[in-house]
Write a protein that binds this ligand. Structure first.
Ligand code: AMP
Ligand code: ZN
Ligand code: FE
Ligand code: FE
Length: 287
């Protein structure tokens, strides 16, 4: 069974609609799919009804979640996958709302820096690239830079202007990873740290940092991910086994926004069963 526990739609910076993602997952024969848009649960309803009303009577199991942006005390960006949580948990909703609001202020600052360097782009042009009130991210700015002819692709936009070490980079408010884990757990869900050793994204988490994450209730580590090298995966497998954490694998699919293919990496069914059993209720959506 193919189990892919990390995907994005146009509820954040992916390019498929939530129902389009469900169609593709069913067509690809995926058994378990997690929807994990950045800092939002916006796509949950559309994805759920697309599955429940799908003409194929598919056996696909849908795991609703979110990839929560976090930042540690040193300003290191960390992504925490929250899965199977209760989306009516007010403290968690408030935190996601706050992060999304600060993403708007942050976008204004990045645009100011670009404008000061003579790169013409406006906030309205960036807003025009997102769907509804989707979580605003650098990929929308990348799309606006492409539309203006400044660069040819999202990839080139990140390499030229938008990467984390760029002089135009600005961060935004995010909870600490420990705070995010605690909120996810309070809301009955499970917490899996996303791509923790992806060194090609920049600085990565130190192994000592896992002590505090585990104390906060971390359930699992995303090991098989397109941005991890073989040696990074091997190190994480040892860590997960030593600390009794669930091992996951996933695509981090973004539609056409990235090269990652759906189910490019997957999770072992026994690992998934263990992870799912840690949620406080059975929340998987299926027909
Ligand atoms: P943000 O959440 O606004 O900080 O933007 C980070 C997002 O940008 C990540 O979740 C990726 O989806 C996307 N991203 C990062 N690097 C690239 C890249 N080289 N090409 C396309 N998308 C990227
Ligand atoms: Zn993304
Ligand atoms: Fe991520
Ligand atoms: Fe992601």
């Amino acid at each position: 069974m193919l189990i892919d526990l990390h995907t994005h739609t146009n509820a954040s910076d992916g390019t498929d609609t939530p129902s389009g993602l469900i169609d593709k997952a069913i067509a690809a024969g995926i058994g378990v799919l997690a929807l994990t848009d950045h800092d939002t649960t916006r796509g949950w309803q559309e994805a759920s009804s697309a599955l429940l009303n799908h003409p194929s009577k598919s056996q696909l199991q849908l795991v609703l979640g979110s990839e929560i942006s976090c930042q540690d005390e040193e300003g290191l960006s960390i992504h925490m996958l929250g899965l199977l949580f209760d989306s009516s948990h007010q403290a968690l909703i408030d935190e996601l709302d706050k992060t999304r609001e600060h993403r708007l202020f942050r976008m204004e600052k990045i645009i100011t820096r670009l404008n000061e360097a003579g790169i013409e782009i406006s906030l309205d042009e960036v807003y025009a690239m997102r769907t509804g009130d989707a979580t605003l991210g650098r990929p929308h700015l990348a799309d606006a830079l492409v539309a203006k002819g400044h660069v040819a692709s999202r990839q080139e936009a990140f390499e030229t202007f938008l990467h984390n070490k760029s002089k135009y980079y600005v961060n935004h408010y995010s909870p600490t990873p420990e705070a995010a884990i605690k909120l996810i757990k309070q809301a009955g869900g499970v917490a899996v740290i996303a791509h923790p050793f992806a060194s090609k994204r920049g600085k990565t988490l130190k192994i000592e940092a896992f002590d505090n994450l585990i104390a906060a209730g971390l359930d699992g580590i995303e090991v098989d991910h397109p941005d991890h090298s073989d040696s990074e995966k091997a190190e994480l497998v040892s860590l997960a086994i030593a600390r009794n954490l669930v091992i996951t694998g996933s695509s981090d699919y973004h539609g056409d926004g990235k090269l990652n293919r759906l189910a490019q990496f997957t999770t072992n069914p026994e690992q998934w069963a263990h992870l799912e059993s840690k949620a406080n209720e059975r929340r998987v959506v299926k027909r």
